[in-house]
Design a protein. Structure first.
Length: 317
């Protein structure tokens, strides 16, 4: 990640370009790169992501909003700009969005979440700075599993990734998927619900199979939830997401064929990432919330789980 500009620089930039008193700007408690301007909106320090510059990341959110996607509106500077460059970052202000972060109490909304994500993906695929395309899974699978195995091996779980690689064999080379920009961090705290509408925030774009956004939700959606103890989403809950997704972005033949592989490879990468994160924890109770043992045991069965989700989604009505 690029270096965060000094807080004083951010305050001065916002005050000068949006003409707001510096004393009305306060830090946001859950993120070092977000600030609140009283009665106006949230300041976000944007960084380059997914091959896009920080300024292009802001332009992307603006285009999504113009396409009526479920994102926060942007407040332009006094001179009409969407953002102001500060080093490699770009400072922007989003309108305050009413509502609560999605969590275990919002699981009835999963189909709606899928519908809105499908709309967002359709627009992301046409963003002119980084348009999507259907291409072979082979290189992405090979690269992702290599990185996952190297990382998991540091904590004694490289064999689980190697077993998955052996199981997949040459199949990924024969399959294609729709690649493009993804949100990159679809989890409960990044989807707000006001009882009427949803709003996706905090885009962390990557270029990958777009359905990877759905896969990541398995471990990310409830990770911060205290009521449901950070559990993973069930096959049925993920099928609800995928069913809703298909209502606004129907799956291509390639998507259907490749989804079990995308699911499995993303599970391997999530295992490696979670091992890295939990290794830094001293609190054993906190480590237990990440269910590493379950992820290891599930990995060899991941392609079958991907097919189960597809089958369940196709059977919903």
């Amino acid at each position: 990640m690029s270096e965060l500009p000094p807080t004083e620089t951010i305050f001065e930039t916002v005050s000068r370009h949006w003409h707001v008193p510096a004393e009305t700007i306060t830090p946001w408690p859950s993120s070092k790169r977000i600030f609140q301007v009283k009665d106006l909106g949230l300041v976000r320090v944007n960084f380059p992501r997914g091959g896009l510059s920080a300024r292009e990341m802001v332009a992307l959110v603006e285009e999504l909003g113009q396409a009526q996607c479920a994102v926060a509106g942007l407040i332009r500077t006094q001179t009409g700009d969407l953002s102001v460059d500060v080093g490699e970052s770009a400072v922007s202000i989003e309108r305050l969005v009413p509502g609560q972060e999605c969590a275990s109490a919002s699981l009835a909304l999963m189909r709606r979440v899928g519908r809105e994500l499908g709309r967002i993906h359709s627009e992301l695929a046409t963003f002119h700075h980084q348009p999507g395309a259907t291409r072979s899974l082979g290189e992405w699978v090979q690269t992702t599993l290599q990185k996952a195995e190297a990382l998991a091996s540091q904590w004694g779980h490289g064999e689980a990734v190697r077993d998955l690689r052996a199981q997949l064999g040459g199949t990924p080379e024969t399959l294609s998927a729709r690649f493009g920009l993804t949100h990159g961090d679809v989890r409960g705290p990044n989807v707000l619900d006001d009882g009427d509408q949803l709003c996706f925030v905090d885009f962390n774009c990557k270029v990958e199979p777009q359905l990877a956004d759905v896969v990541k939700m398995r471990t990310k959606w409830l990770r911060a939830d205290q009521i449901d103890d950070g559990r993973t989403l069930s096959v049925g809950e993920l099928a609800e997401v995928l069913f809703g997704y298909q209502q606004t972005r129907p799956l291509s033949t390639e998507d259907v064929s490749s989804f079990p592989i995308v699911w499995a490879v993303e599970q391997a990468w999530r295992l490696a990432q979670d091992l890295k994160v939990t290794h830094q924890f001293d609190d054993e109770e906190c480590k237990a919330r990440w269910a590493i043992a379950d992820l290891v045991d599930d990995l060899i069965l991941a392609p079958q789980m991907g097919r189960q989700i597809l089958d369940a989604a196709s059977g919903h009505n």
